[in-house]
Design a protein around this ligand. Structure first.
Ligand SMILES: [Zn+2]
Length: 384
């Protein structure tokens, strides 16, 4: 029988506010810390958690970045005359995303979202590879690389499976008693929170579900190991919708052409711009400055968030909305959602959480600190 197993469970969007309001597993997980979110979305936070590095190092900030020269979507130039009535339907886009994923051999999470087809040709997509496997964030090392380096037997969830399946897979691995480290990935909480917000009556029910599932995992750990440690971590919380901001309209009303005078990506809470015409730049900035529910991020803020890119990979300029506001329509969706994340990391609803059965040497201040905690445990396993 192996002496001990360390289990880290990731629950997407289980914010600090939600944990406290619902007193989630207070008794069972008595060591509890708020952790500052990584500025960005889950697609930013997960690479940060898996590597302990910020986006400047691992390069993942949002899905789309400007790369006109080598865009993998050049083919869409030919498709711009497709009837948007059909091709803008989510199901059609989802099927098309699946096709592209297959043709291009992407192993990561790939979704076109609501990016207009005639704009795709200007962009590249960052998450082409599976982030969770060895080399998934190369040249930066992720936890799978660290585990391989130490020759530790481990279990890392397959993010493509449902959370129920992932919990079952982990339980069955624990029953074999061979692994010493596990990273359990669950993401359904995020989708639910987007839909019903942190105040939705479905939330306590969902937390009860996690509690039950966790107890099953604990049973398996208890019967096959002398001891175990269990930690829950999240990437951000969820902020309820206050109002929509139609940022595209005033910008697209200007006499400038997308692709010729400027390029932009409208994420749900931020807009990112690249300029080719100084007059267009001036007038777009004027519009952004007039938008009272958001602001242009300064270089200091970008550096503080770890998202300052010398080559402007994610934009020459990033405009961020105040918590509770959403860009509608955006390239991520045509409608607003009751809940959203991706605001300033100081927003109280954005704060993530880290909970454990045991105290940790270095409590996390920011989600990137989870990596160090996991690596410390790996070192304990190999007796360092
Ligand atoms: Zn989300």
């Amino acid at each position: 029988m192996k002496r001990r197993v360390y289990i880290f469970m990731f629950i997407d969007a289980l914010g600090w506010e939600i944990v406290n309001k619902n007193r989630f597993m207070e008794k069972e997980l008595p060591f509890r810390y708020p952790a500052k979110m990584q500025f960005g979305y889950s697609c930013t936070a997960i690479p940060t958690i898996l590597t302990g590095k910020n986006p400047q190092a691992h390069k993942h900030l949002s899905f789309y970045y400007y790369n006109e020269e080598n865009s993998p979507f050049k083919i869409f130039k030919l498709l711009k005359f497709l009837p948007s009535k059909i091709f803008d339907r989510w199901r059609v886009r989802h099927l098309l995303s699946k096709m592209i994923k297959k043709v291009k051999g992407y192993t990561g999470y790939f979704e076109l979202y609501a990016m207009p087809f005639d704009r795709l040709q200007y962009f590249d997509y960052i998450e082409k590879k599976d982030l969770f496997v060895p080399g998934g964030l190369a040249p930066v090392k992720n936890i799978a690389d660290e585990l391989e380096d130490r020759k530790i037997k481990y279990h890392i969830s397959n993010w493509r499976l449902s959370e129920k399946e992932n919990i079952e897979k982990l339980t069955s691995d624990l029953n074999k008693g061979e692994i010493e480290f596990a990273f359990l990935y669950t993401a359904a909480m995020d989708g639910l929170l987007h839909k019903v917000t942190k105040d939705g009556e479905e939330i306590p029910e969902k937390l009860e579900f996690y509690k039950k599932e966790i107890s099953k995992v604990w049973e398996a750990a208890k019967s096959n190991y002398q001891d175990f440690e269990f930690y829950v971590m999240s990437d951000h919380g969820m902020t309820s919708l206050i109002d929509e901001v139609d940022l595209k309209k005033p910008i697209e009303r200007l006499p400038y052409k997308f692709g010729k005078d400027y390029v932009a990506v409208y994420d749900s809470t931020m807009a990112r711009f690249w300029f080719r015409n100084s007059q267009a730049k001036k007038e777009i900035i004027k519009i952004l400055r007039n938008e009272k529910n958001g602001k242009i991020l300064s270089r200091e803020e970008l550096e503080k968030f770890g998202v300052y890119f010398e080559d402007n990979m994610y934009g020459e300029l990033i405009f961020l909305l105040e918590p509770g506001y959403q860009i509608v329509p955006s390239d991520m969706g045509i409608n607003s959602l009751p809940g959203m994340h991706g605001y300033h990391p100081e927003d109280k609803d954005s704060i993530a959480s880290f909970l454990g059965t045991k105290n940790v040497k270095n409590p996390p201040e920011w989600v990137g600190d989870y990596f160090k905690i996991m690596v410390d445990k790996m070192d304990e396993i190999v007796g360092k």
